[in-house]
Design a protein around this ligand. Sequence first.
Ligand SMILES: [Zn+2]
Ligand SMILES: [Zn+2]
Length: 384
Amino acid sequence: MKRILVIFAALLFLTVSYAGAQEHCGKCKRSGALNLTDAEYMALADSIHKVAISFDTHVDTPTYMMHPDGHYTVAKGQTSFELMRRGGQDGAFFAIYLDQGPWQNQKSLDSAYNWCHSELQLWKDYVTSYCSAEAGIAYSTEDVYRLKKEGKRIVVLCIENGYPVRTLEDLDEFARMGVKYITLSHNTPNQICDGSRYVKSYYWYPNTGHGLSPFGEKVVERMQQLGIMVDVSHISSEALVDVLKVIKAPVLASHSGCKALKPSQTRNLTDDEIRAIAAVDGVIQVGTGRFFLSDDLPYYKVGVAVLANHIDHIKNLVGYRHVGLGTDFDGGGGVVGMDNSAQMKNLTVELLKRGWTAEELKAFWGGNLLRVWKACEVYASQFK
Ligand SMILES: [Zn+2]
Ligand SMILES: [Zn+2]
């Protein structure tokens, strides 16, 4: 009973903003802004996850599950519907990932499209045929709320790398299949735009710098007309500038970190880029790959607190309405203390200790993403 009262009082307290100075008491092992024990913080996290709709906006799980015998260099098996359930995580964007191939070659574009199409279909069949008791695919924000009510895990389809987009009609087909975001490129150039790992001297489209190609501009326009969100993770800084000129609805960065905290990672976002994404009411979903997060710490020391530093950096810069989480699990993500979907609440505890309120945490876990998704749906509705 006492535990319930403590949590109720803490929840009440959390509904209003406060300046959370950290307090530590060695004797009673209480800590953080609310001065609770670890068990009390975890119980509070539990209660927040029950009411929040929580999303991870980037996992590479389909690649691993559909090709278990592949030679993988990163940890695998970090996300499953059961792990999500245990972690109080409602939904995830499951990516069909494509390595970049020779985009100037029609044959390779055709094979990228065919491969992506069949992987999408396979993943959809797996979810709908074998997992329908525990999970469902969300084709709209309405579906998200329905699946949450039904207590099912929420599967959202997305494509990491626009390489398979040969024509605007291909986008129509991906939209029909239920794809909700496409990451325009993956570190290196393709027919849509340049990637974050470009070399300045690298020849690309003449007269377009390293931003969007003329075709890429049309792709971004058509994606938004179809209600496919534009994902700016992995693209070049020049491409981001161009995207922000073309868009009519907000964008997301599905898994990105802050350059201010790890400057050597070319695909992390600068403070100006974070401000620019927030200015269009977009959201930056912070990745958990340790290679994103710290230049100073050895790999085995990059934990939940380092991840929370990136999240707090964005919150301090542009406010809590523009930050969320995209773990990159099964694609290189994971920190000490949060290395699979079952451990999501450890991050909630860390943020509670730093003074995040329940309202802010609900926005962080899903409210912000759903706002962007809804705005994209509303914009697209006029083209139906
Ligand atoms: Zn990925
Ligand atoms: Zn990625």
